[in-house]
Design a protein around this ligand. Structure first.
Ligand code: PEP
Length: 271
């Protein structure tokens, strides 16, 4: 494997866990990773209500805390929203942007994904930008067009120097929470397509390609579990995992982190 890119294992808890449960889960993950060498970057994204408690419990450990979404404005009359300023004050370091459930159920568009991405960068949050096709789009042969469109739209008016902070996640909508995993080779191909799209976006005509684009970590997400992660991470274009269901129990999530550690060992500068 030739990549120098970071390996990231990120858990999206979605609307699960209450106070106490979240603390127990992150404490177990922190304990299991304590003192371990070759760890990937480990991120947990609890619901907003648990961020404070989880961040406190994760202090001093390798576990970083992310949010599942955020507004793109700093403050104001936006009832029910949470701003990047609020998140950074809580110790949040990462934020998931444009998850398909946000696109599907909460009106997120390519335009608002771009606004959120800019806001994350402005506040030094690491954005994990999700792109992925629906089942209908895949069956109509539109996968590549959708991926290219979502990826390019997310980058509007973003400076190439910001690429060193951005993370993408390929999350085929039909594989999320369904138990249907995208074949590893196909996930690898689409992860490469995302990076190539970023590359084209910043390439000037026939001029040099963007070397920053080559360094962007691209994760795969969609029914990742301990039994299938190894074959995904063995491929050159998949730099880690964004995980829903299997991030909700410590034994499963720790097994995924261990699979990430194996990739780090093979690519020592990729930790
Ligand atoms: C997700 O929510 O991003 C996800 C990939 O969920 P699951 O692992 O449950 O498919």
């Amino acid at each position: 494997m030739s990549t120098q890119r970071k390996t990231i294992i990120a858990g999206n808890w979605k609307m699960n866990k209450t106070m106490g449960e979240g603390k127990d889960l992150v404490s177990a993950i922190a304990a299991a990773t304590k003192g371990k060498a070759d760890l990937p970057e480990v991120v947990v994204c609890p619901p907003f209500t648990l961020i404070h408690e989880v961040a406190e419990a994760a202090k001093g450990s390798a576990v970083k805390v992310g949010a599942q979404n955020m507004d793109y404005r700093d403050e104001g009359a936006y009832t029910g929203e949470i701003s990047p300023v609020m998140l950074t004050k809580l110790g949040v370091t990462h934020v998931i942007i444009g998850h398909s459930e946000r696109r599907q159920f909460f009106g997120e568009t390519n335009g608002t994904v771009n606004l959120r991405l800019k806001a994350a960068l402005k506040h030094n949050l690491v954005p994990i930008v999700c792109v992925g096709e629906t089942l209908d789009e895949r069956e109509e042969g539109l996968t590549d067009a959708v991926i290219r469109r979502q990826t390019a739209a997310s980058l509007a008016d973003i400076d190439e120097t910001d690429l060193e902070t951005i993370v993408y996640a390929y999350e085929p909508v039909w594989a999320i929470g369904t138990g249907k995993t995208c074949e590893a080779a196909e996930a690898d191909r689409v992860c490469a397509l995302i990076r190539a799209t970023v590359n084209e976006f910043y390439s000037k005509g026939e001029g040099p390609k963007s070397s920053a684009a080559d360094q962007i970590p691209v994760l795969y997400g969609g029914s990742v579990k301990p039994s299938n992660i190894a074959e995904q991470l063995a491929l050159p274009n998949i730099d880690g995992s964004l995980v829903g269901g299997a991030s909700l129990t410590a034994p499963d999530f720790v097994a995924l982190i261990e699979a990430g550690s194996k990739r780090v060992k093979l690519t020592p500068s990729g930790a």
